[in-house]
Design a protein around this ligand. Structure first.
Ligand code: NDP
Length: 303
């Protein structure tokens, strides 16, 4: 008999995390006299980007952090973008900087991300932080992948020794989440648009993470009974916001599943706040004993 999967409730875990972060922010203010500061660079008028930036500003305000938003026109030049990053790099009240992607001109993205000082790169997209993750060194970990691991751990989903399949190989989700699952001692397969027999590959997964951007690509028969299914997809369609997984079918087969919305999305913002808090603690000398500009996620899996 098939039963309904347990919900991996990102909204509720993120709320708990934000409460803890709020307490820690108050401790930073008491010790250093200023709150952690997060700066967001928003170029152009993509409506989804505006919604995401507004959510980030609201989340900062809720936990007592200061947010700085630099709004730039859609036709912003490379020089203007780099000058904005340089100003924020030097600003002593800014602990974290993120560039809301996509930029109107996607060709500028790599150079602009690389201009951020790695110790302010709270999105974890700078090649230094991406490289440190690959090398197993402490650094800022991209927020969506970090949030996925927190969600799985909090629910007690076993990872060590289990087969994990990640569908999608982007730099911001697929690749880093694959590395984090490997760090948790899962056996990891990464699938993508050229993968043959995707359904068969997915059916090997005890943990299936889907970050593709195709509404309801993953059907119930792609899922191994009892698997944990994490749906990163956020697809705006005529039927509303849909994930990459067909939820009704999948939840009859899976053991755990994230809803869309209310799964991965809120965790991403909670991890952004956490990275900003860690950056501020380091900039203010409160974590000087770590001896590195890169604040470790010290709760990493055992080797
Ligand atoms: P990208 O477009 O950068 O990457 C998509 C990946 O999916 C690529 O690796 C691509 O393969 C692969 N892919 C495309 N079509 C197929 C297919 N038919 N079968 C198998 N693999 C396929 O997307 P992102 O990683 O940036 O985002 C993925 C989704 O997650 C989007 O819906 C996005 O909105 C959402 N998202 C949600 C976040 C959240 O906080 N909830 C945060 C970030 C993203 P190939 O490399 O071969 O082209």
């Amino acid at each position: 008999m098939l039963t309904e999967a347990r919900i991996l409730d990102g909204r509720s875990l993120a709320r708990r995390l934000r409460r803890q972060i709020k307490t820690e922010v108050a401790a930073v203010v008491a010790a250093a006299g200023r709150p952690p500061g997060l700066a967001v660079i928003l170029a152009g008028d993509d409506p989804a980007s505006h919604i995401y930036v507004k959510k980030k500003e609201e989340a900062c305000a809720e936990v007592g952090m200061r947010s700085f938003v630099r709004r730039l026109p859609a036709h912003v030049s490379r020089e203007q973008l780099l000058a904005t990053v340089a100003e924020l790099n030097e600003n002593p009240e800014v602990d974290g900087i993120l560039v809301q992607l996509p930029l109107p001109d996607r060709k500028m993205e790599a150079e602009v991300l690389e201009a951020i000082r790695p110790e302010k790169d709270v999105d974890g997209f700078h090649p230094v932080n991406a490289g440190r993750l690959l090398a197993g060194l402490p650094g800022f970990i991209a927020c969506t992948p970090a949030g996925i691991i927190e969600l799985l751990r909090d629910a007690g989903v076993p990872l060590a020794g289990r087969c994990a399949v990640v569908v999608g190989r982007s730099n911001i989700v697929g690749k880093p989440v694959a590395l984090l699952l490997l760090r948790e001692n899962a056996t990891v397969t990464v699938a993508h648009s050229r993968t043959r027999e995707l359904a068969e590959v997915c059916r090997t997964a005890d943990i299936l993470v889907v970050a593709v951007g195709r509404p309801q690509l993953i059907r119930g028969d792609y899922i191994k009974p009892g698997a944990a299914v994490v749906d990163v997809g956020m697809n705006r369609t005529e039927q509303g916001l849909l994930g990459d997984v067909e939820f009704a079918e999948a939840s009859r087969v899976a053991g755990w599943i994230t809803p869309v919305p209310g799964g991965v999305g809120p965790m991403t913002i909670a991890m952004l706040l956490r990275n900003t808090l860690l950056a501020a603690r380091w900039h203010l000398g409160l974590d000087a004993e770590l001896g590195s500009p890169f604040v470790a996620d010290l709760s990493a899996g055992e080797k």
